[in-house]
Write a protein that binds this ligand. Sequence first.
Ligand code: MSP
Length: 513
Amino acid sequence: MDKNFYITTPIYYPSAKPHMGHAYSSIIADFFARFKRIDGFDVHFLTGTDEHGLKIQRAAETKNIEPLNFCDQISQTFRDLSKTLNLSNTDFIRTTEDRHKKTVQYLWSELEKNNDIYLSKYSGWYSVSDEAFYGEDEIINKDEIKIAEVSGSPVEWIEEESYFFRLSKWENDLLNYYEKNPDFISPKSRKNEVVSFVKGGLKDLSISRKAFSWGIKVPNNPEHVIYVWLDALTNYISALNYPDTNDKLFKKFWPASLHLIGKDILRFHAVYWPAFLMAAKIPLPEKVYGHGWILSGEEKMSKSKGNILDPLDIIDIYGLDPLRYYLIKEVSFGNDGNISQDKLEDCINSDLANNYGNLCQRVTAFAEKNCSLKVPEIKNFNEEDLIILDKFTKNLPIIREEIDKQNVNFYINFIVNALFEANKYFNDQEPWKKKDDKDRLNTIVYTSLELIRKISFMLYPIIPDTIEKVLKIFNLNPLDIKIESIAIHKNLIPGDNLKRIDILFKKIEKDND
Ligand code: MSP
């Protein structure tokens, strides 16, 4: 079986302040990347910044600096963010890099060679904020200005000479592709949206602009710059050194396993991108998954709406892992989710401090007093031990399957249940009352330690820093984590030393307690 996995986040518009929505899409991608790695896959995980277009040119103008200079500064804030979020990305691409520009111009020439590009005139609505064209039927009036209904962004009328991509030509091929590859667009609700959009009829797409210069030049006509979305989407293959299809990165990782994106940019990824690829005779990615939004009240959290919860502030107060855990658990993946500091605090107190932190502390403290801080010898598991251990063995294939369906909710629920059951097991078995039955006491401690090991392995993709600390109990490091070993009942070696660890999560005092 092919054990390569290529996952991408969208490349971010370098806005001065990354917000929780950016943090969310990156953390989720990191979760998948880390899971696949501990499942034995060779993972390529790409993120980066999307630096061309009128939006960036205007932002640089207001600061009175050159666009590239502006991008250098802001792109760095996203590179820093990826470190702050502890992302395990293997590449960070900037669309202003030469490796990217070369690929975009090559792709353009391929589309031209295959007769998919023609020169004409565009007149219609354009939103600079979305960098998107809109039809008359997609525009509404709000407070006497025209906005795109779908995003709420203001639009302006443009009329200029433009190159067009023959998108209409690919309508049937796209529909056939969606039908033959039912999981290509996920979740299902998003697929239905896309299919009905395409069935509604595709118009050719304007793919160059003449009115400004901040972009990649059209080959042989430098008066035009290439439309920023055609430019940006190409990052997924420029990072693999396309057009060198013999390059080892391209051979190994294309087609991508998963483009993880927010639902607002689904049309670009599920309609335009596959059409460009088909036209250039490049195989299509395996899946485009459109996740929901982080909301603030009822609205999408975004800079233009001024309702941002700053991930850096939250990390300063609570630490990174609580934020990662909270976002993955609380936002039902695929749907929109409302987040609040109050719920984050509840989550830290109940799940992380009480259920997980306490379990680690109690079991190791007990092992210290009663088993000389060593993995105890065991003879036989009884039925109760086996029931709880078997859950991992039986569920391992299901966990893998659900991860491949991006069912984050299944994964996190499994962990929350396992934690509840492990705590209950330790309480119900009352090892402190078994001091006269050393065999039974040892077996309970061994089973509890095994449960901590298995749960911690599963938690690693979510809270990697914390798990690194927990692994010290067993003298392990992250490279020792193999998800397949959660199926093994006796992975810990009797007689091995254990270590005590400090408190993992401090409980938050709440005003209303
Ligand atoms: N530059 C384009 C992507 C090009 S990919 C070839 C872009 N950038 S963005 O910075 O505006 O958004 C990046 C990602 O963050 C998108 O997936 C978007 O959906 C996501 N989010 C932005 N705000 C969000 C929320 N409030 N909630 C969740 N994710 C959201 O689009």
